[in-house]
Design a protein. Structure first.
Length: 508
């Protein structure tokens, strides 16, 4: 009797669980169906048509597309390969991709990019970026969405407002070091690695504050190397998006820890300073760290925000400086016009000021043009947080809106957009700074996530470039360096586009 009772109660339990599970699945199924219907109606309301352009592939799971991209990246021509591949396969500006069985989208269309970064900004999130970057930079402005992102942006915006008025003398130490290195070099010199060192020094001093005795030069050197390696792997992981877990070398985990440990030592040092000498005195030496700490109350969160700014600030400005000189030595007329502007703005022997930099309008055109051709973050990614619409890409002609359901990823490429002949004319691939003097040309904005460090970056790059050109009035292209059309030179793609062959110049 007892046995029968146990058997039947165990049966009841299993039956109950199965019913519950079935009920739950049915509920999910119905919900999914409802969501699907709601999406269809939403699409109809916006006049959406299905996307017809699809990136073709030959091997299962589109592994050939991965392989060809990988080969092109190794050969240093990923961007050129992509633009040719898109042309050859006639996929237009917006198309569907199916990689490893997962559907996603890609666009170079300015209207769609504007929708992603600006008009429908709230519909798009950073999950893929977060997964790729989290090990290196933790939780901060580049890995957050929604309210946490808004909070980070507000905190950092205040920091950048403060430094907007700081004296350009802060760049003197790093530029003097760079010029000292150049003075001890002879023959052909590669400026690109020097610019990377320069911007590492300026950005670390911006965020970490004054150096302290607890670190010796070897620590800084090791940090620089670890930071380089960790950024390189993070950028690769970013491109792998959902599959970034496939590329997590052990060395990567180790270097990420070391880079974060280095930043943490500055945070600890600033907090110790505050404890020992009081808030007011300590703020003088480490304003960035202590202002963040006052809001975040957690040293780890402060460290992560610092890492986020570091990753934003180092390579971007170094590449802007490097490509600017790279292009100027290949365009002697533009270089001469810039030299004239410098001569007529700054008296010989007088220190360079922020006011003088602000007056150099041709230098601004050069930076605009360089940023156009060698866009930082050449390919970016987002994922839909809710079902949304892209203004173009649907229907046979690709001009109708397209429905993008919740949870789908998109890659968008400012690099390809910036070389569009429709937008910039027949000479879109050429370096012509004067185009920025034409009234109708405007920078295509970055939307809500617009760069917070723009002023700092442009002031720093201007200061560095002017000081170099003042020091070397004969700076020029070495005679045996071949000139190739812009976009066809070898490139290294990380978060940014760097020149694989550096920025070689003759100084005297
Ligand atoms: C030539 C130099 C630079 C360029 C071209 C550049 C470009 C950009 C771009 C395109 C974004 C938007 C990223 C996105 O939408 O995913 C961005 C965001 C950002 N940049 Fe810059 N950047 C430069 C230098 C700097 C520097 C030097 C700093 C700091 C020291 C900095 C700090 C930031 C921050 C904090 C954000 C995040 C904004 C947000 O997500 O709300 N940038 N930058």
């Amino acid at each position: 009797m007892d046995y029968l009772f146990r058997e039947s109660s165990s049966f009841n339990l299993r039956f109950g669980l199965a019913t519950l599970l079935l009920g739950y699945w049915t509920y999910l199924y119905i919900q999914k169906g409802r969501q699907f219907e709601a999406d269809v109606m939403f699409g109809e309301r916006h006049g959406c048509l299905p996307i017809e352009k699809k990136l073709p592939y030959k091997w299962p799971l589109a592994l050939d597309v991965f392989k060809r991209q990988y080969d092109a990246a190794v050969a240093g021509n990923l961007m050129a390969f992509q633009s040719q591949y898109f042309k050859d396969t006639n996929v237009g500006q917006t198309f569907q991709v199916k990689l490893l069985g997962r559907i996603g989208y890609f666009t170079n269309d300015p209207k769609n990019i504007e929708a992603i970064v600006s008009t429908n900004f709230e519909d798009w999130g950073l999950r893929a970026t977060r997964d790729g970057l989290y090990s290196m930079i933790g939780s901060g402005i580049f890995t957050q969405d929604g309210a946490p992102w808004k909070h980070s942006r507000e905190l950092l915006r205040r920091q950048f407002m403060r430094i907007q008025y700081q004296d350009v003398k802060v760049f003197d130490g790093p530029i003097d070091d760079l010029l000292a290195t150049l003075a001890s070099s002879s023959g052909v010199v590669d400026l690109q690695p020097e610019f990377f060192k320069f911007t590492l020094a300026t950005t670390t001093s911006l965020i970490f504050g004054e150096p302290f005795a607890g670190l010796d030069p070897k620590d800084h050197e090791a940090f620089g190397e670890n930071f380089d390696y960790a950024s390189l792997v993070s950028a690769m992981r970013l491109r792998l998006a959902d599959w970034c877990f496939l590329y997590t070398p052990r060395k990567y985990t180790k270097t990420c820890d070391q880079v974060k440990k280095y930043a943490m030592r500055y945070v600890d040092h600033a907090l110790m300073d505050m404890k020992e000498h009081g808030e007011e005195a300590a703020l003088e030496h480490h304003p960035f760290i202590l202002d963040l700490y006052k809001e975040l109350h957690d040293p780890i969160l402060v460290r992560d925000q610092l890492m986020n700014v570091l990753i934003a600030g180092r390579d971007t400005t170094a590449c802007l400086m490097s490509w600017s000189i790279y292009l100027l030595v290949r365009h002697p007329a533009a270089l001469e016009r810039l030299r004239q502007e410098i001569r007529s703005t700054v008296e010989i022997g007088q220190p360079l000021t922020r006011g003088q930099i602000n007056k150099m309008s041709y230098l601004k055109c050069i930076f605009n043009e360089t940023n156009r051709l060698y866009t930082n973050i050449p390919v970016n990614v987002r994922e839909t947080l809710k079902t949304t619409v892209l203004p173009r890409g649907g229907g046979p002609d690709g001009n109708s809106p397209v429905l993008i359901r919740k949870g789908y990823g998109i890659g968008f490429s400012p690099y390809h957009m910036h070389r569009s002949k429709e937008l910039y004319g027949e000479d879109a691939n050429d370096f012509r700074p004067e185009r920025w003097e034409e009234p109708e040309l405007k920078n295509i904005g970055c939307g809500a996530r617009v760069c917070l460090g723009k002023d700092f970056a442009l002031t720093e790059a201007s200061y560095g470039i002017v000081r170099i050109l003042q020091t070397y009035p004969n700076l020029r292209l070495p005679p045996d360096v071949p000139i190739v059309p812009s976009g066809q030179e070898k490139q290294i793609i990380t978060f940014v586009v760097a020149s694989a062959e550096g920025c070689k110049v003759l100084l005297d």
